[in-house]
Ligand binder design. Structure first.
Ligand SMILES: NC(=O)C1=CN([C@@H]2O[C@H](COP(=O)(O)OP(=O)(O)OC[C@H]3O[C@@H](n4cnc5c(N)ncnc54)[C@H](O)[C@@H]3O)[C@@H](O)[C@H]2O)C=CC1
Ligand SMILES: O=C(O)[C@H]1O[C@H](OP(=O)(O)OP(=O)(O)OC[C@H]2O[C@@H](n3ccc(=O)[nH]c3=O)[C@H](O)[C@@H]2O)[C@H](O)[C@@H](O)[C@@H]1O
Length: 435
């Protein structure tokens, strides 16, 4: 590694905290700031506010070595650091537009508390033009003699493997209006040893939306293909495998299921539509991608209802997995929440199991018992619904599961089980895209 650089990270969420810990691990001196005092107090005690493999070790080790400190005031980072990474939230507004309030408040705090030149790096996912807007805002509020350069450096990590992804990035995208600022960021990120794409700010900002939109498109495409498979007697697993063997297509992101969820793909696809609408562009593919995703959750519920001849009142359904994907406790826009709400509207009683997100889920799902033990959730249930493909769900002892259930009925929303084997074992089995 080159010389250590003093780096501030604003926002200690999935992106900010993971980035801060990884920057410290490669030798930088990192000040991580969050305005949430409870989060910072917990982090100072070595307690993680999120579940992410390997994160706790990384944070504790680097905090103990003095390379990683946690603060609640932006000034603590602005006074000590040359580079300030902004990793605050950019949630959706009700109309689909991006809520920029956290970005604006972060920029104002930086402007107020910086006494010397700063390179401000926007890691949050933001609409095109944000970098230019933020630079103008910072410069208009800067103390005299202080210069701000804003660089776009979108983040591509996935929840559940965030630490691994940070140390094995496919690419680093740097969008800078000032070549010197872009080069300085490249030096800071050199220890991560990933290919670097230097571009202008607008392209960098759009690369992020384009990437997430394309991933969402792959998922909605394969889900529609799965729906077709069910009608023509084909198997989506085989179809995806055959498609994925073509190097131009690639095998990843072709798992059919109940649609994408999480904090990012849903909000970023909606934002992509809004961004296009703002410049009078009708982005037809994205509209379909978003619609197909919502319908996929409804189709799953329809399938369950149909198996009970349309009558879910009085039925108990065991939902296996609640987080929007395995290895995370994140429930933001998790398909499970939508699916459970629809099933309850039809009168079903729900019991759920999740190995990690149970405590968070309990607050969002009043009246839904959440078990720590999968077989407990299955006991006397009329069906098992696989919603998240946790390893604990994939490796269930199926004899025990069958013995626990009132009826051997399985709706596998993630195709974790083999249809033929399940049927041979006496289950009535419904997958996605399987005839
Ligand atoms: N979650 C993910 O996997 C990924 C998220 N992103 C993007 O990164 C950004 C952050 O996402 P998450 O980390 O998931 O959000 P998050 O909601 O988990 O964390 C954001 C944090 O920023 C803090 N915050 C808000 N305003 C602040 C301020 N002025 N100063 C200091 N702290 C402040 C909040 O208290 C919160 O702890 C979003 O734009 C998101 O789209 C990008 C790639 C992956
Ligand atoms: O901008 C972001 O926040 C991030 O969004 C996604 O990461 P993440 O939301 O953590 O999770 P993914 O692994 O992409 O899964 C998203 C959803 O798609 C679903 N999915 C994924 C893949 C697939 O083949 N099929 C499928 O239904 C998952 O179950 C999950 O609900 C992107 O993969 C990251 O590159 C990006 O940085």
């Amino acid at each position: 590694m080159g010389e250590p650089i003093a780096v501030g990270v604003l926002g200690a969420g999935y992106v900010g905290l993971v980035s801060a810990a990884c920057f410290a691990e490669v030798g930088h001196r990192v000040v991580c700031v969050d305005r949430d005092e409870r989060k910072i107090a917990a982090l100072r005690r070595g307690e993680m506010p999120i579940y992410e493999a390997g994160l706790e070790d990384l944070v504790r080790r680097n905090a103990a070595a003095g390379r990683l400190t946690f603060e609640t005031e932006t000034a603590a980072a602005a006074s000590a650091c040359e580079l300030l990474f902004v990793a605050v939230g950019t949630p959706s507004l009700d109309n689909g537009d991006v809520d920029m309030s956290q970005i604006k408040s972060a920029m104002e705090a930086i402007a107020e508390s910086s006494a010397d030149d700063k390179i401000v790096v926007i890691k949050s996912t933001v609409p095109v033009g944000t970098g230019a807007m933020a630079e103008a805002l910072l410069r208009s509020k800067a103390r005299s003699g202080v210069r701000f350069d804003v660089v776009s450096n979108p983040e591509f990590l996935r929840e559940g493997s965030a630490v691994h992804d940070t140390f094995h990035m496919d690419r680093i995208v740097i969008g800078a209006a000032s070549p010197a600022a872009g080069e300085r960021l490249r030096e800071a990120l050199a220890p991560f040893d990933a290919p670097v794409l230097m571009t202008n700010r607008e392209s960098a900002e759009l690369i992020k939306y384009a990437s997430n939109s394309f991933l969402a498109t792959k998922i909605s495409f394969i889900n529609e293909m799965a729906n077709l498979c069910e009608k023509v007697g084909a198997d989506i697993g085989m179809v995806a495998q055959g498609m994925g063997m073509d190097k131009r297509i690639g095998p990843s992101f072709l798992n059919a299921g109940i649609g994408y969820g999480g904090f990012c793909l849903p909000k970023d696809t909606r934002a992509q539509l809004f961004i296009a609408e703002n410049v009078d562009y009708d982005f037809k593919i994205m509209r379909a991608v978003v619609e197909v995703n919502q319908l996929q959750r409804q189709r799953f519920v329809r399938k369950v209802r149909a198996a009970f001849d349309g009558e879910l009142a009085g039925k108990t359904l065991a939902v296996m997995g609640l987080s929007f994907k395995p290895n995370t406790d994140d429930l933001r826009d998790a398909p499970s929440l939508d699916i459970i709400a629809m099933l309850r509207q039809y009168g079903a009683s729900i019991r759920a199991y999740d190995p990690v997100s149970g405590p968070k889920a309990a607050k969002l799902l009043p009246g839904v018992p959440i078990a720590d033990d999968p077989y407990e959730a299955l006991r006397d249930a009329d069906a098992m619904l696989v919603v998240t493909e946790w390893a604990q769900v994939k490796t269930l002892d199926l004899d025990r599961a069958k013995a626990a259930l009132r009826r051997p009925l399985v709706f596998d929303g993630r195709n974790v089980f083999d249809a033929a084997a399940m049927r041979a074992q006496g289950f009535r089995y419904f997958g996605i895209g399987k005839s």
